[in-house]
Design a protein around this ligand. Structure first.
Ligand code: AG3
Length: 277
């Protein structure tokens, strides 16, 4: 018998993958967590029926959420990932030799445990001595820290359920306070194809708090529409003014010095969403 998993990406569009095995399904305090073995993408983490990451394509998102901001900052030492319980962003961040401390602040401890068990390739750096895993609400964590971080990366789920508060002006203002005077942050901001209103609202909220706001793009085959975005808010450093020789070669499969600048070149329809046509 064949088994297929379907994520309904919109009311009218779905992605379906052949499943070889269901490794794990549970309802945690916050959401439904599933870990599937898919034929095309390998092991896949699904939260509340939304695909979060897969063994085959996780490198794209995790490299882009980390290396773009971490090379934009000239000397990042102390960083925090909000969400991101699979550990992929921490693994990438720790490839930067200057990082002294990387916090993972995940609200759902079960996501971390399931990822440690079934996604060791992604969660492997959580035991690094520079990493510290905190199981707590990222909104609260950010509120309680002031003038502390060089870079913050918001690795959230879609803006529904536990993640809603991670897409608000209040949260961005608290992030501004939690960053040092030359700090910067990035947040995952969904698909410019399906989430135009969200992207435009988030971009204008972040622009009202940070002097430099930039959107960048990359493609993830398992996410809705395949075209996905991050939005960066920065107090001082412009990612397009990074000297090319700062971008050291790391062990990456998507990110490189050309992508660093190119990902900020936006198609006309995306410029229009953020009011820059
Ligand atoms: N978090 C963002 C995934 C959003 C995908 N949305 C969807 N499938 N509807 C990724 C977490 C990776 N660390």
């Amino acid at each position: 018998m064949e088994l297929w998993f379907t994520e309904r990406q919109t009311q009218d569009m779905a992605i379906t993958c052949k499943v070889i095995k269901t490794h794990h399904v549970e309802k945690s305090e916050f959401q439904e967590i599933s870990l599937l073995e898919t034929k095309q993408f390998g092991r896949m983490l699904v939260l509340d029926h939304a695909i979060q990451t897969t063994i085959e394509d996780e490198f794209i998102y995790h490299e882009m959420i980390t290396h773009v901001p971490l090379f934009t900052h000239p000397d990042p030492k102390k960083v925090a990932v909000i969400g991101g319980g699979d550990g992929g962003a921490i693994r990438e961040a720790l490839k930067h030799p200057g990082i002294e401390k990387a916090y993972l602040v995940e609200i759902d401890g079960r996501v971390v445990e399931v990822s440690r068990e079934y996604l060791p390739e992604i969660s492997c750096a959580l035991d690094d001595e520079r990493a510290e895993v905190l199981i707590e609400d990222g909104i609260k964590f950010i509120k309680e820290h002031k003038d502390e971080f060089d870079v913050i990366m918001v690795d959230s789920t879609d803006p529904v359920g536990p993640a809603v508060g991670l897409f608000t002006g209040d949260f961005y203002r608290n992030i501004f306070e939690a960053l040092k005077e030359d700090g910067l942050f990035v947040a995952q901001t969904e698909s410019p194809f399906y989430n135009k209103l969200l992207i435009s609202q988030v971009f204008s909220e972040i622009s009202s708090v940070f002097p430099i706001t930039k959107l960048y793009l990359y493609s993830v085959p398992t996410y809705p529409s395949g075209l996905w975005s991050f939005t960066m808010g920065s107090k001082k450093y412009d990612p397009l003014k990074v000297p090319r020789d700062r971008i050291q070669k790391l062990d990456t499969r998507y990110y490189n010095d050309q992508i660093h600048y190119a990902c900020f070149s936006l198609p006309e329809f995306v410029k229009k969403i953020i009011g820059q046509e």
